[in-house]
Every structure is written in structure tokens, then in C-alpha cells.
Design a protein around this ligand. Structure first.
Ligand SMILES: [Zn+2]
Length: 506
């Protein structure tokens, strides 16, 4: 490349941008081709001021071309390659087109943190080219194995480095230890709620989406947050994916292997949840990638938002379309939803009476049906503890998250081993035909299931969900085939069971 290499972001990928600079005689002017107008104006001022700080005063007619022209670019990421290109055109530094530069310049020449340094590092590694990033991006870039990166404080430092006067040391490869796993909300700190904790354990083990129903103050949010403490730590590959999404979204670096947890409010826009918008960033469903997405007050979410969550729940990705083209972000989430049992919130509460009419109850439950509900395998009631229960429980909180996590990890291994030849990772992914043909059952299970389907009037899909969950319950026990007691437990989490066990059809 003749020019200087910068980057633009497309999804979680960095694309190379060539910055070509030409200076000719005449009155001073700078034109930039290939950037939106507003970004050009700002970038021009920053670059000019920062160069002045290094003793380079720009003269003549300057033309900067950013290629390819059809790739949407962000001004701030390209400040640094533009400054280097100008310094080279002014004859102040030598620099071939091999290295990649990224960073926003402050007027005094300091480099500011930018989004997208991790994708840029991945690109630089592919190109086998050195990468120059702002000092504040050093930590995240250090986790990209095999990249030759340099963290730069100021433009003056960079120019001294390029001239060979004062070399900047190469960024050392950082390691994120498997033990970097801190549990914020431990199961052992949550009183009672044994049924809900068990449902969370099953959700974590088989990657089953979950609906919790309970009165305000019953602790649904706390329970949802505790879920990330029982999920297995992120693998190297998963951690890199999480890092890429965070970097693309412009979120600060967070070390560790705990899975992401994001909660979205029902008033959040579709862009906030799914991604996109003018600056094309990932949404909450992508920020929760490889972790948990929590939707409280689930029935209040708009149909549009719920409809758009179908793709991520099925494929583990989300595609956002805009005029400039479409972009796909990773979005493999464990979905946890929560709702009140009824509009007033107190149906089934030990202390408060429910004030809802039968009609209001029915309307509320109808709102809960819909596209996403088919993807939710587990339903559980989270009742508020009565004062008597709180007293009788005393200090009884049950197991610590680390003990539960050990069972979850063992159950996940069994599933990976069993389904790997068919291309599945966990029980929740199993389609109906696989379930019917490949699930081993003890001899007394089939007659029991036949009776149950008839008695509870289970739909075909409802039946599949029961089988998937029963398989996970059996995996948590290390059992090779499903027994009647696994199915019986699975039935207690069926759709509608969270609302007093009556179940409802739709
Ligand atoms: Zn009510």
C-alpha cells in the first residue's frame, strides 16, 4: 500500500482503509475525500493542531483520500493515520505502508481511547503488520495473541519512534487466567427460593431459556444476576468474541472470564436492544453474547422487539440492516425473562391479596403468549417469602455457586460429548426430530409420557420442551437415560406451571 493504513469497522470486523496524502503548492487548504462532511471538519482541526504541537506546520493545498470510498468510516479512528500520512508527505518521517495506525488525537497531540482496537488487532495479526494504538487501548489489545502492537501516548512520541530516535516498547501479550472468576451474587447469599435456584441450575446446564414469575420484591432480579456465577467460565475463544463485541461497542475493557450479564428495560428502543443506529453499534443482545440477557417485565416489551429476538435465539447472531448495508453481530444468549404473576402483581402471594378480575388475568396471560415463548423451556414461580418462612429458614441458604457450577460444567460436558457428531452443543438446541429419535428413556417412561400428554393436553412443542429439560435434569445426575423422576421434575417447569400449576393452552 502506498498510503498509510488505517481501519474502519464493519460489524465486529476491522477493514483496512488506505490514507493517501498529496501536498501541492498554493494557498493552504485541506480537503478530505471519503468521509462524511461533519467528521472531516472535526478530524481536520484535530490533526492540524496535533501536528503543530510536534513542530510540523502544514502548508499548501492538501488532499487526503480515504479508500475504498464506499466503506463507511469514522473520523476519530482515522486521525492518527492521517497525521502520519501528513508528516510523511511533509518529509518529516519515513514510514512504509506496512504498519496500521488507529487513534483519535486531542488538540495537544495526546492519543485518546478509541473503539475497535480489538478488531484492529485481529486485522493486524492477519496482515502480519505492526499496529499502533492509543495507550489507553493497551490492555485489551494485549489479549490478542500474536499481534505486534505498540501503545502510543502522544503524536510526538510516535514520530520519535518512527524516526528511530526513541523506540516505543512492544505491547506484551497479556494472559487472562482461568481463575479470574469472581462471583458477585452467590447462591449461598440468597435465602430460600430453592425451586428458582434449581430452575437456574437446569437453565445453566442445558442452556434453556427461562421465565420467572413472581410478585414485586420476590428477588427475581437478584436470582437472574446470580445465574452468571453458576455458568462455566468463558473459554479463550468465547472471551475473544466478548472482547470483540465490547471493543466494537466502545465499552471499556473488563478483564476476567465471567460471562456477560445485560438487562434491558421494556422502554428500550429496538436499536438499543438489537443494535444499529447512526453509528452502527451492537445492541444489548450482542453485549450479552455468550452470557445472559435479562428482560424484566417481559409482557411489557413490544412485539417488534420480541419478534427481532427470534433470530438470535435461533441462530446465535443478529443481522442489522441499514441503507449502507447490513451487518451481523454475534448474539448467543441465555434469555432470562421475568414477569409479575398478574397485572396487580400479587396473584399467589402469601400476604397481599390479588385484586385482578378474571378478564384482566386472561388478557395478561394472552400478552405472554407469542413468538418468544416457544423458545422458553423453563417456567418457574418465584413467590415472595412469608415472614414465617424467613424465620424458619434462619441461615439456610443452600449451596454455594461454585458447587452448583461444578455440576453444571459436568452436565455440559456430557451434552457436548453426546451431540457433537450431530453438530449440537447443548440440549436446548435439539430439534424435535432428534429428540424423538435419539433420546434414551427407561422402559416405564413412554407409558408415563403418554398419560401425561393426554392429561395435561400438551402440544407437540410443549412435549418437546418437556423432553429437552428432562434430558438436562438427567445430565445433572449423570444418568445415561431419562427416568420417570426426571420427566416429573421437568413437568414442574412447563408453560403455565409458574402461574399456579394450572397450565394454559394457546
Ligand atoms: Zn392480581
Amino acid at each position: 500500500m502506498n498510503g498509510i493504513r488505517g481501519v474502519a469497522l464493519r460489524g465486529t470486523q476491522a477493514m483496512a482503509v488506505e490514507v493517501e496524502v498529496e501536498i501541492t503548492g498554493g494557498l493552504f487548504s485541506i480537503t478530505v475525500v471519503g468521509l462524511p462532511d461533519t467528521a472531516v471538519k472535526e478530524a481536520r482541526e484535530r490533526v492540524r493542531a496535533a501536528l503543530r504541537g510536534t513542530g510540523i506546520t502544514l502548508k499548501g493545498r492538501i488532499a487526503i483520500n480515504l479508500a475504498p470510498a464506499d466503506l463507511p468510516k469514522e473520523g476519530a479512528l482515522l486521525d492518527l493515520p492521517m497525521a502520519v500520512g501528513l508528516a510523511r508527505a511533509a518529509g518529516r518521517v519515513e514510514c512504509d505502508g506496512h504498519a496500521t495506525f488507529m487513534g483519535e488525537l486531542a488538540l495537544d497531540g495526546r492519543l485518546r481511547w478509541v473503539r475497535g482496537a480489538v478488531p484492529a488487532a485481529v486485522l493486524a495479526r492477519e496482515l502480519k503488520a505492526p499496529l499502533y494504538v492509543p495507550k489507553d487501548n493497551e490492555m485489551e489489545v494485549s489479549l490478542v495473541d500474536g499481534v505486534e502492537a505498540y501503545a502510543v501516548d502522544t503524536l510526538v512520541d510516535l514520530i520519535a519512534h518512527l524516526k528511530g530516535e526513541k523506540p516505543i516498547p512492544r505491547v506484551e501479550h497479556g494472559i487472562c487466567e482461568a481463575r479470574d472468576f469472581a462471583v458477585e451474587t452467590d447462591f449461598a447469599d440468597i435465602k430460600g427460593q430453592f425451586a428458582a435456584k434449581r430452575a437456574l441450575e437446569i437453565a445453566a446446564a442445558g442452556h434453556h431459556n427461562l421465565l420467572m414469575s413472581g410478585s414485586p420484591g420476590s428477588g427475581k432480579t437478584l436470582l437472574a444476576r446470580a445465574l452468571k456465577g453458576i455458568l462455566p467460565p468463558l473459554s479463550d475463544e468465547e472471551m475473544m468474541e466478548v472482547l470483540l463485541v465490547r471493543s466494537t461497542a466502545g465499552l471499556p475493557f473488563e478483564p476476567g472470564r465471567v460471562r456477560p450479564f445485560r438487562s434491558a428495560h421494556h422502554t428500550a428502543s429496538s436499536v438499543a436492544i438489537c443494535g444499529g443506529g447512526a453509528s452502527m453499534r451492537p445492541g444489548e443482545v450482542s453485549l450479552a453474547d455468550r452470557g445472559v440477557l435479562f428482560l424484566d417485565e417481559f409482557p411489557e416489551f413490544s412485539r417488534d422487539v420480541l419478534e427481532s429476538l427470534r433470530q438470535p435465539l435461533e441462530d446465535g447472531t443478529i443481522t442489522v440492516s441499514r441503507a449502507i448495508g447490513s451487518v451481523t453481530y454475534p448474539a448467543r444468549v441465555l434469555l432470562v425473562t421475568a414477569c409479575n404473576p398478574c397485572p396487580c402483581g400479587y396473584s399467589g402471594d402469601p400476604a397481599e391479596p390479588c385484586r385482578c378480575s378474571q378478564g384482566a388475568l386472561e388478557r395478561y396471560r394472552r400478552k405472554l403468549s407469542g413468538p418468544i415463548l416457544d423458545r422458553i423451556d423453563l417456567h418457574v414461580a418465584v413467590p415472595r417469602l412469608s415472614p414465617e418462612e424467613l424465620v424458619s429458614l434462619g441461615g439456610a441458604c443452600g449451596e454455594a455457586s461454585s458447587d452448583v457450577r461444578a455440576r453444571v460444567e459436568a452436565a455440559r460436558k456430557l451434552q457436548q460429548e453426546r451431540w457433537k457428531d450431530m453438530g449440537y452443543h447443548c440440549n436446548a438446541e435439539l430439534p424435535e426430530k432428534i429428540l424423538r429419535r435419539h433420546i434414551k428413556m427407561e422402559s416405564d417412561v413412554r407409558p408415563f409420557l403418554a398419560e401425561t400428554v393426554k392429561g395435561l393436553r400438551l402440544s407437540g412443542r410443549g412435549f418437546s420442551r418437556i423432553l429437552r429439560v428432562a434430558r438436562t435434569v438427567a445430565d445433572l445426575e449423570g444418568a445415561a437415560s431419562i427416568g420417570v423422576h426426571h420427566v416429573a421434575e421437568s413437568l414442574s417447569y412447563r408453560e403455565g406451571a409458574a402461574f399456579g400449576g394450572s397450565g394454559w393452552a394457546h
